[in-house]
Design a binder for this molecule. Structure first.
Ligand code: HEM
Length: 259
């Protein structure tokens, strides 16, 4: 190696070692993982314990702050919602596999996981994800595409899963999960996100840094999440607004009938 290139190589190696988005490692067989692609990703990058165990409030808040710029109150709230997964009274931590228990936090009609009735409810399932992606009809996902994928998965589950369960609480979680790709990788104001980043994230459980994504500068707050989930919720409506465009042929038909 030429002497002049050595500092450059060392510099790149140093940056790579310091940047946690590059410290991705696939889980070992003994590591716990769960149904949440983001928590799995955080563990794969070492923001959360790589073994998926002993996830405390402090660990959660720090991981969400350093990886995604979530403010402390949002991180705390997320931990408080998660802790019900640990069945121990007054638990102070949860593990990623505790999230797998069906109908506690894990629910039917996930975007990338099978319903518990049909098999494994927490490992990434390519067939299910293909079904969701059918509704992601452009290179930039908007609220309508994300909402359509969600509804389609629910209709499929409701039609074919005799145990289909989807309470109003699950609906709130589901809306949060469907807007999560925008929160992590997208434009919070426009409520859009590049499809390639989202696919890479789901399929690899890895931050899409190699596709050019980097952490947003702004801090993410509960207000952002509330606004986005409302936008997705509005987009789940199958009713259109505004005056329908009546085709000429139909108008003629009506005119004929009115004679
Ligand atoms: C303490 C924090 C969190 C907990 C306890 C948690 C837990 C969960 C659980 C239990 C599910 C499975 C729901 C289902 O059955 O479909 C889930 C799904 C999901 N989570 Fe998380 N999550 C957390 C934070 C996040 C964050 C910060 C993001 C991204 C910004 C995120 C993104 C997602 C997505 C996209 C799904 C949907 C997966 C699918 O439908 O296939 N989560 N999460």
């Amino acid at each position: 190696m030429k002497l002049v290139t050595l500092p450059i190589v060392l510099g790149i190696a140093l940056v790579a070692a310091e940047c946690p988005y590059h410290q991705w490692k696939a889980p070992e067989p003994s590591d716990f993982r769960g149904p949440c692609p983001m928590l799995n990703t955080l563990a794969n990058h070492g923001f959360l314990p790589r073994d998926g165990r002993n996830i405390t409030k402090e660990t959660t808040v720090n991981a969400l702050a350093s990886a995604l710029h979530f403010n402390t109150s949002l991180g705390t709230l997320m931990f408080e919602m998660a802790i019900v997964a640990n069945p121990e009274p007054n638990a102070t931590f949860f593990t990623l596999d505790q999230l797998n228990v069906h109908n506690v936090l894990e629910h039917d009609a996930s975007l990338s996981r099978s319903d518990a009735f049909f098999g494994n409810n927490h490992i990434f399932n390519e067939t299910i994800f293909e079904e969701t992606k059918t509704y992601w009809t452009g290179p930039v996902l908007d609220a309508n595409m994300l909402a359509n994928g969600k509804i389609a998965r629910q209709v499929n589950s409701k039609a074919f899963n005799p145990n289909y369960t989807f309470t109003t609480t699950m609906e709130q979680f589901s809306l949060g999960e469907v807007s999560a790709p925008i929160v992590a990788f997208g434009d919070l104001q426009a409520a859009t996100v590049n499809r390639n980043l989202v696919e890479y994230f789901f399929e690899n459980e890895r931050f899409p840094a190699e596709l050019g994504w980097s952490i947003r500068n702004a801090t993410v707050s509960l207000d952002d999440i509330t606004r986005l989930t409302q936008t997705i919720s509005n987009a789940t409506s199958l009713i259109t607004t505004g005056e329908p465009v009546v085709s000429t042929r139909r108008r003629d038909l009506h005119a004929g009938l009115n004679l």
